[in-house]
Every structure is written in structure tokens, then in C-alpha cells.
Design a protein around this ligand. Structure first.
Ligand SMILES: [Mg+2]
Length: 370
């Protein structure tokens, strides 16, 4: 009898690196101004206003300071810290330098922020022999060219690679091999799971879920009942399954506006009124640039500085404030806004059709509706 699968090899395991610069902004400041070396350095907003810590040096972390903490609180914890306003252009330039280096090591890179990326190195383009060797060489090269250190995690999926990069920071490399994954995941605290924030962590604890082992033992069905779709993902992660591909960056472009509020608000009506003014600004910008995009994204930030983004995609590209606002209540309802106060609101349009032809077509509605 013919067996369809007889000659098929099992799918090859992927090799993924997660690379993450150490205390990125603060490290750049210390590199560029040697007087700051060895001192607690905080890069962030104004400690006298509503500023937030963007990054702090490892010396500052010893005082319990961390990113997203209010700058005022940080200065109380460490009054002799050196406070520096971010030099965004400088950080962006270093970031470009780092991504150019990453490109020598992989044809498939997904940037997560200025200082963090996934690299799919399943294909050994430099013939270095292993993903571990590739990661070592990557960290060496970054250090040689920028004078900065990074940490990396190597594994067979994104979730494990990302968790791994955090284990030996700074300047560390951690490899989680397939055979080590089950034991590693069993001991992993739930907070380290992708998608588990403070709120979900609390809920998990209340159901006696503390580690990956507990998640595994609870089983997929029960997790789904408790956490919905996310529950299914938590179970898959605990089993070492994460098929999310490394997404080489498509058009990164988006047009958006955001505003940090003078004071936190809880009234969703007031939030929508603010979002409407942002939507009108975005519309003006889209019209000016002759753009329209398929995806609408809402961003909120809560008083504890956690933020959430919710997106919706549409078959027809969007550009009118009116159309954005029609969907806004639904997007807002998918966040915790209202139950919780918010301190920042933002809105963006992305996923622009990129051919000149569709761009031309987009011009028509501007002419007829305006
Ligand atoms: Mg980092």
C-alpha cells in the first residue's frame, strides 16, 4: 500500500536568534560620554513632570529603577542618578547600524523595536556551522562596530528565543535546544510566557498556575475556558510549540498621532472625543501624503505605564476620520480602557497599498468626497 508520508522527512526545526541590546539608550550615553561610565544613568522624560524612564543603566537598576517607571519615582529611589533627555536621532542611527549588521547574518529579520530583533538563521548563509556560532559572531560584530553589548537567545521558536535572550543579560548568550525545552518550560514562571502581563499573571496565580508545568497539567480545554483564545496559546507555548514565523519587515510605514493626557481619564466618551481630534489630524496627514491604509490601530496606555494596541483591517483602504471613528468604540472596547483610566491615546493607519497604480486609484475618493 502506498503511504503518502513514507518518504517525507519530519519538518526541519527552525533556528531562531532573538538579539536585544543591553540598556540601549543608557549604554549609548555612557559610550559617548565616558564620565557617565559606572554611574547610574537614566534616560527619560522630565522628573518634574509626567516623564517616564525610557532606559536606565545597570548601575541604576541596582536601585530598583526600571523602564516605564515614572521619572519622579526614579529620582526618589536614586537622587544622585544622572538624568538625560533622550537623543532619539542618535539612537536611531545606531539602530540602523545594528540592523545593517544583522542583515549580514540572516535574510529574514523581524525588528521588534530600535534595539531588538528576531533573526531566522535556519539557513546558514555565512557557513558558520551552527546557530550558536552565528549568535556568538553576531554579538562580537555588534560590539566591534558599535562599542555596545547585546544579549542573544537561540532556540527553535520565537517564544523560547526571546525568553532565552533575557537569561544572561548583559552580554550573554543562552541556547535552548529542543531536548532541553520541556524541562526549561516546566520551570518557567507564568509571567515569562508571551502574552502574560500583570493582570493575567494574577488570574493565573488565583487558579494555581505558577509555572509552565502547571499550565501543561491544566490542559488546553480548561485554559481555553479561562483565558479564551490566549489560553490555547499558553498551552501551546508550554508544550514548546510556537509556529509564528519570523516576519521580515514589510512596509513599516504608518501614519498616526498620539497624545499623553494632562491627567488620566476614565470616561470612554471623553476618550472618543480625543480620538476624534487625533483621527482628524491623521486624515489631514493622509490626504497631504495621498495615502490610505488597510489597517487601523488604537493605542492606549494605562496609569501603570502598560500599553495595549488593538488593530482592525479592512478590505478597502481607510483615510477618512469618520470611517476610523466608526470602528473606534469597538477597538476601545477590546482594551481595558474605561474599567481602567488611560494616560495616553493614539491612533494610526498602516498597510498602505504600495504600487503606484493603487496609489493613483486612491486619489479618486479624495476628489469626489472632499
Ligand atoms: Mg534592550
Amino acid at each position: 500500500m502506498y503511504h503518502k508520508n513514507k518518504n517525507e522527512n519530519p519538518p526541519a526545526l527552525r533556528k531562531i536568534i532573538h538579539v536585544d541590546m543591553d540598556a540601549f539608550y543608557a549604554a549609548i550615553e555612557q559610550r559617548d560620554n565616558p564620565v557617565l561610565k559606572g554611574r547610574p544613568v537614566i534616560v527619560g522624560g522630565n522628573p518634574k513632570g509626567r516623564g517616564v524612564v525610557a532606559t536606565c543603566s545597570y548601575e541604576a537598576r541596582k536601585f530598583g529603577i526600571h523602564s516605564a517607571m515614572s521619572a519622579a519615582q526614579a529620582i526618589r529611589k536614586c537622587p544622585h542618578a544622572v538624568f538625560i533627555r533622550p537623543r532619539k536621532e542618535v539612537y536611531a542611527a545606531v539602530s540602523r547600524q545594528i540592523f545593517a549588521i544583522c542583515q549580514k547574518f540572516s535574510n529574514c529579520i523581524e525588528p521588534l523595536s530600535l534595539d531588538e530583533a528576531f533573526l531566522d538563521v535556519s539557513e546558514d548563509i555565512l557557513n558558520l556551522g551552527s546557530a550558536t556560532r552565528t549568535a556568538e559572531k553576531l554579538l562580537e560584530t555588534i560590539h566591534k562596530h558599535t562599542g555596545l553589548t547585546a544579549s542573544a537567545g537561540v532556540s527553535f521558536n520565537k517564544f523560547l528565543a526571546k525568553v532565552a535572550s533575557d537569561i544572561r543579560k548583559p552580554a550573554g548568550l543562552t541556547v535552548i535546544r529542543p531536548e532541553d525545552a520541556p524541562a526549561f518550560l516546566e520551570k518557567l514562571p507564568v509571567r515569562k510566557f508571551f502574552g502574560v502581563g500583570k493582570t493575567t499573571e494574577k488570574k493565573m496565580h488565583s487558579h494555581n498556575l505558577f509555572t509552565g508545568e502547571d499550565i501543561k497539567a491544566m490542559g488546553e480545554e480548561k485554559l481555553k475556558n479561562l483565558f479564551g483564545k490566549a489560553g490555547k496559546e499558553f498551552y501551546a507555548f508550554a508544550m514548546g510549540r510556537d509556529d509564528r514565523p519570523v516576519m521580515a519587515q514589510r512596509s513599516r510605514k504608518s501614519i498616526g498621532r498620539e497624545v499623553t493626557l494632562e491627567r488620566d481619564i476614565r470616561d470612554t466618551g471623553a476618550m472618543l472625543a480625543i480620538l476624534k481630534t487625533l483621527a482628524e489630524d491623521v486624515e489631514a496627514s493622509l490626504v497631504r501624503k495621498k495615502h490610505a491604509g488597510h489597517t487601523l490601530t488604537l493605542k492606549v496606555k494605562y496609569p501603570d505605564f502598560r500599553s495595549a494596541t488593538r488593530s482592525m483591517s479592512f478590505p478597502c483602504p481607510l483615510w477618512r476620520a469618520e470611517d476610523m471613528m466608526e470602528k473606534m468604540p469597538e477597538l476601545l472596547a477590546r482594551t481595558e480602557a474605561g474599567e481602567k483610566a488611560v494616560r495616553l491615546l493614539g491612533l494610526a493607519i498602516s498597510q498602505f497599498p504600495d504600487t503606484e497604480q493603487t496609489k493613483g486609484q486612491m486619489l479618486l475618493p479624495f476628489v469626489f468626497h472632499k
